[in-house]
Design a protein. Structure first.
Length: 130
């Protein structure tokens, strides 16, 4: 069986997270909860009950002056081994933009750009990441 990477998370960046969360709550019924992790203002987004197909995501305040794709939205792919995924990205023509970093208590994360200019994230879940 081939070990495939799946889209497991998305991020939305907002100049005004309160305004953005109100929009998505009213428009789609999404629920927002402030993340209790250290280091950044971040809100978890629940897009459904888990009884139907779909993924959940998160929202952060956009860094002032950034308009690149990393700060407008992001798709994150779950991988079993981030180091191996980084090697494959580079082997097949992609470029690592943000090297491997720990999200404490969550896992290991990196971003890459594919050959078409799309920016995506990859995460290896690991609660012991520091």
């Amino acid at each position: 069986m081939i070990n495939m990477g799946r889209v497991v998370h998305f991020d939305i960046y907002a100049d005004d997270p309160k305004r953005a969360s109100e929009f998505y709550e009213k428009t789609f019924g999404w629920k927002f909860e402030k993340w209790k992790g250290a280091g950044m203002d971040y809100w978890l987004i629940m897009t459904g009950s888990g009884k139907e197909p779909g993924i959940d995501g998160g929202m952060a305040k956009r860094e002032k002056g950034r308009t690149d794709s990393v700060s407008t939205n992001a798709i994150t792919i779950g991988v079993p081994a981030l180091d191996a995924a980084i090697e494959k990205v580079e082997q097949f023509g992609g470029k690592i933009l943000m090297p491997k970093m720990a999200i404490p208590g969550v896992g290991w994360f990196a971003t890459f750009q594919d050959m078409e200019g799309n920016v995506l994230g990859m995460i290896q879940m690991d609660a012991s990441a520091k």
